[in-house]
Write a protein that binds this ligand. Structure first.
Ligand code: NAD
Length: 474
């Protein structure tokens, strides 16, 4: 692995690796060992990077589209070539099991970057409306702030469309899992991206993140993370009236209708709840089932959960690694304890560490049954492997419960027919719904209703985020 002690842990500004003041320890959550340190950048490093991005903007925006697309594809090739190194970096910095890191953590950015590169040519960059020529132009300098749960995917979901659009970027990756961003910076160098077009500044949210969001030369902030941090980004960005795109948290409902294939609904439902140790914004953490099927579904889910081996993320057989940090482990445990205190029934798991895992940020995959909509575990995002099974009386009540949180990011419906599933999906106030296990589509718009965010990522809609629209009258 190249990460750890070398240059890739420095800031990447204006095409050079730059050391900075301060340091942030990167801790492997499985071993509890410090594996690297990155600098703790602040307003000064952000300013240097933003000025570099500003200088690089006119030339990059004027680079022919075909060349920008070719560069994004070259970066994609670089990711493919270094996929094992990237997967190992992600496993080390945030605990994703090796198998999942290879297939999904690295697989998704490869798919989404291909998606946006592929649609660039057919995208309507210019359009005639009456006597007007309407042109789409890059918005300018983009400040990107990303979380730790998918350290490459969340970055590429912003960087690839921004580069295709003709924008330049300053990225502030998560301080919990910052190492993979360094590998990506190196890949952009190898791909021949001109200096200043893509920059990485390490640091904490309140220091580097806020400095980026409020910088007057940043035209847009694209943020992925929690609701409180997103709210703060929106506040500090408001002073300069810049565009803010927010991809925030979720509390997604999986509605299982009375005529659904229960085996499929429970298997996929649990898989989507426990995905990446439950540290996934779209996780289907609420399983809504007809009252009459509640006990049967709980039994099936408990049986299924036994297949989720918890342990060392580098082991091939591991399906759930440690939480990304000890702080996250404490947070998840706190919610599990609160669920018990509020009267939800523990069907599997519970507070405390899994047997034999005394060291590392491990939690027990947990299933609560008989969860009521007013309970904290039914309302708040836990971000760990915790499923709440919730009974409902009829379809109307199922939709009402599904919509009764501040979030609206994702969801699912399992129904006897696709038509019935789609009808229920349309009633859900959420940005994505999978019917009967519909597969992830890297070209489909991705984003939230309500407090799950503003704006959309991926595909054509994701590209539009990074564009301004100009009308020229003829
Ligand atoms: P977080 O909000 O703690 O941190 C995310 C990023 O924001 C980090 O880089 C952090 O340093 C930065 N940040 C924190 N405070 C800031 C501030 N005041 N100003 C500017 N930047 C600040 O989130 P996390 O714990 O890293 O990630 C988990 C959260 O991310 C969950 O809520 C999850 O649902 C959400 N998420 C959403 C999506 C999506 O696409 N909707 C995807 C992944 C994760």
């Amino acid at each position: 692995m190249t990460t750890g002690t070398d240059t890739l842990t420095r800031h990447w500004i204006d095409g050079t690796w730059q050391e900075g003041p301060g340091s942030i320890a990167v801790v492997n959550p499985a071993t509890e060992e410090t594996i690297a340190e990155v600098p703790a950048g602040g307003a000064s490093e952000i300013d240097t990077a933003v000025v570099a991005a500003r200088h690089a903007f006119p030339a990059w925006a004027a680079t022919p589209l075909a060349d920008r697309v070719a560069t994004v594809l070259a970066i994609r090739e670089g990711i493919k070539a270094r996929s094992a190194e990237i997967a190992a970096s992600i496993t080390a910095e945030m605990g994703s099991p090796t198998k999942f890191a290879n297939s999904v953590q690295v697989g998704m950015p490869i798919a989404t970057s291909k998606g946006v590169a592929g649609l660039a040519e057919s995208f309507p960059w210019t359009e005639e409306i009456g006597n007007s020529l309407v042109v789409r132009e890059p918005i300018g300098v983009v400040g990107a702030v990303t979380p730790w749960n998918y350290p490459l995917h969340q970055v590429v979901a912003k960087v690839a469309p921004a580069l295709v659009a003709g924008c330049t970027i300053v990225l502030k990756p998560s301080e919990v899992a910052p190492l993979t961003a360094g590998i990506l910076a190196d890949i952009t160098r190898e791909a021949g991206l001109p200096g200043g077009v893509f920059n990485v500044v390490h640091g904490t949210g309140p220091d580097a993140g806020e400095a980026l969001a409020k910088h007057p030369l940043v035209d847009m902030v694209s943020f992925t993370g929690s609701v409180p941090a997103g709210r703060r980004v929106q506040e500090v960005a408001a002073a300069t009236v810049k565009r803010v795109a927010l991809e925030l948290g979720g509390k997604s409902a999986n509605i299982v209708l009375d005529d659904a294939d229960l085996t499929q609904a429970v298997k996929l439902g649990l898989g989507n709840c426990f995905i990446n140790g439950g540290q996934t914004c779209t996780a289907w953490t609420r399983l809504l089932v007809p009252e009459s099927l509640h006990d049967q579904v709980v039994e099936m889910a408990v049986e299924q959960s036994a297949k989720y081996t918890v342990g060392d993320p580098t082991e091939e057989s591991t399906r759930i690694g440690p939480m990304s940090s000890d702080r996250q482990r404490e947070r998840v445990e706190h919610y599990i304890t609160q669920g018990v205190e509020e009267g939800a029934e523990l069907a599997a798991g519970g507070p405390g560490r899994p047997e034999g895992l005394e060291r590392g940020a491990y939690v027990r995959p947990t299933i609560f049954s008989g969860v009521r909509p007013d309970m904290t575990i039914a309302q708040e995002e836990i971000f760990g492997p915790v499923l709440s099974v919730m009974p409902y009386a009829d379809e109307d009540e199922a939709v009402e419960i599904a919509n009764a949180t501040v979030y609206g990011l994702a969801g699912a419906v399992f129904a006897g027919s696709q038509e019935r599933g789609v009808e229920v999906a349309k009633r859900m106030r959420t940005g994505q719904v999978d019917v009967n296990g519909g597969a992830f589509n890297p070209l489909a718009p991705f984003g939230g209703y309500k407090q799950s965010g503003t704006g959309r990522e991926l595909g054509r809609y994701g590209l539009e985020e990074f564009l301004e629209v100009k009308s020229i009258q003829l």
